[in-house]
Ligand binder design. Structure first.
Ligand code: SAH
Ligand code: SF4
Ligand code: F3S
Length: 471
């Protein structure tokens, strides 16, 4: 048994880690043939991509996937800790599974992902959820086959969570959800320690994959006919800093662009590490999509300081405008937190005025959520929740206004769209433009998912555009 510990998770010595090639354990291959699994994923793209590895590992064990948890022999929750509601959703699901297990004694239930890295969650599971068969963390996902096998063989709760990142595992099997869009990890972990955020504790220190490994993966995707890669990391702009003296995110972006993959996206960029050479590379290569997610969190330099974000309102705006002025047609999206401890009405108004200036194309807005063990958790927070909700509403009105205003400007223009499929609205296809706009469109031509088509925009909505394929 290994239990998580925050003190250990927080440490950042530069101890070495090794690059290890994953090797399959042939003893357990197909051992559970005939059994089924249901995997529920919460949280960010990193978790979605981890779930693609998890599915492959479960398939290796012989499990096959079902779409309904009530039909499954094994239910696994890949969890997220970022805000309280993600946490509550996973516990809500555990509640439903408890009932199911009363009827279905052989049901196997497991929990993994970021919540597994939280000591308080694991304590609760050991105390009040003894029927949960196994828990493993984000640092030892590769041990899934052995952990599940042991849980089943020994019929005893298995808790295997490492507080510290271990070695960097390459070559994990993967079952991608999509045949033309793929996630590619480039850096794991986060060293930024924004004061509100739990990720540096649940995902460990920043570790870059070797550039050769990343480029090999992208080249293989090109050979398999993939049209789009999204380079993933909690802070992709820090890529390379831990392993190279002279190879940065700008270099990696350029090398990925040279593989010829038609579309490259990357997420998430911390404004702190966004260099001029990155901006130049994005502007130079047409296959690097002109769409940047640049979380601002707050428009008040005072609050940004309390958040430990390492930039000011002014330096953020300078970067924002540099990107806008250098990359043609670029769209910029953001994340904003309202109600950070001590945020005053004045601070909040600065966020609103920053939004007025940036006129974002998309924004994810959140109310601050206390995460146990983070520094912001200890700050005095006199603002009542009802006031925070009002602020969120006021903010949403303004961001929505600009989404629509920006979209309206696109009516009459033609955008390149990667076809994803048929939308719920009858006979309408949907997909995303290079600028990451959701487009619903009709087509007289025969098209299919994975095609790149030109779409003429006919009307604008707040969160999407309508159009038709150009003949
Ligand atoms: N690494 C990314 C963010 C990942 S988390 C970055 O720094 O850009 C995604 C978003 O969740 C953050 O940008 C932030 O806006 C929000 N978030 C993180 N912790 C939060 C908390 N404790 N309460 C509310 N929102 C939070
Ligand atoms: Fe969290 Fe900040 Fe790291 Fe993003 S950069 S994951 S917000 S600590
Ligand atoms: Fe959530 Fe972990 Fe991602 S906390 S947002 S799943 S890194």
């Amino acid at each position: 048994m290994h239990l998580p510990d925050y003190k250990e998770a927080r440490t950042r010595d530069k101890r070495d880690y090794k690059r290890i090639e994953y090797s399959e354990n042939s003893d357990v291959k197909d051992k559970y043939l005939g059994k089924t699994f249901y995997l529920k994923t919460y949280g960010c793209q990193m978790n979605e991509h981890d779930s693609e590895n998890i599915e492959a590992l479960l398939t290796f064990l012989g499990f096959s996937k079902v779409d309904n948890y009530t039909d499954a022999d094994l239910v696994l929750l890949n969890t997220c800790s970022i805000r309280e509601n993600a946490h509550n959703k996973a516990f809500g699901m555990l509640g439903r599974l408890k009932h199911l297990k009363q009827e279905k004694k052989d049901l196997i239930v497991g929990l993994c992902g970021c919540m597994a890295q939280e000591a308080s969650v694991v304590d609760e599971i050991m105390k009040d959820y003894k029927w949960v068969n196994f828990v493993f963390g984000t640092h030892n996902m590769y041990q899934l086959p052995e952990i599940i096998d042991k849980a089943l063989e020994e019929n005893k709760q298995q808790i295997e969570v490492f507080s510290r990142e271990g070695d960097l595992i390459e070559g994990l099997p993967v079952l991608r959800v999509n045949d033309y869009k793929a996630y590619v990890n480039i850096i794991y972990g986060c060293d930024k320690f924004c004061t509100y955020c739990i990720v540096p504790y649940t995902r460990g220190r920043e570790r870059s994959r070797l550039k050769e490994d990343v480029l090999e993966e992208v080249k293989a995707l090109v050979r398999d006919g993939y049209k789009e890669v999204t380079l993933l990391g909690q802070n992709v702009n820090a890529y390379g800093k831990d392993i190279y003296d002279n190879y940065t995110m700008a270099n990696l972006l350029e090398d990925v662009a040279k593989t010829g993959i038609p579309r490259i996206r990357f997420t998430t960029s911390h404004p702190w590490d966004f260099t001029d050479s990155m901006i130049e590379v994005i502007a130079k290569y047409p296959n690097i999509m002109p769409s940047v997610h640049l979380p601002v969190q707050s428009g008040s330099s005072r609050v940004l300081k309390l958040m430990g974000r390492r930039y000011t309102r002014e330096s953020y705006l300078e970067l924002f405008h540099k990107i806008k002025d250098t990359v043609p047609n670029v769209t910029i999206s953001t994340d904003i937190i309202v109600g950070f401890p001590g945020e005053s009405e004045e601070d909040f108004k600065e966020t609103l005025s920053l939004v007025e200036e940036c006129k974002y194309d998309n924004a994810f807005t959140f109310i601050f959520s206390k995460r146990e063990g983070t520094p912001a958790c200890k700050l005095a927070d006199p603002t009542p929740e009802s006031e925070k909700e009002k602020r969120l509403q006021r903010l949403n009105e303004i961001v929505n206004h600009y989404f629509l205003e920006n979209n309206k400007k696109l009516v009459g223009s033609s955008l390149e769209v990667l076809v994803e499929g048929i939308s719920e609205k009858k006979n309408m296809y949907y997909g995303y433009s290079d600028t990451n706009k959701l487009i619903n469109f009709s087509s007289d031509k025969d098209i299919k998912a994975g095609d790149l088509v030109k779409v003429k925009i006919t009307s604008a909505k707040t969160w999407s555009l309508d159009g038709e394929v150009v003949r």
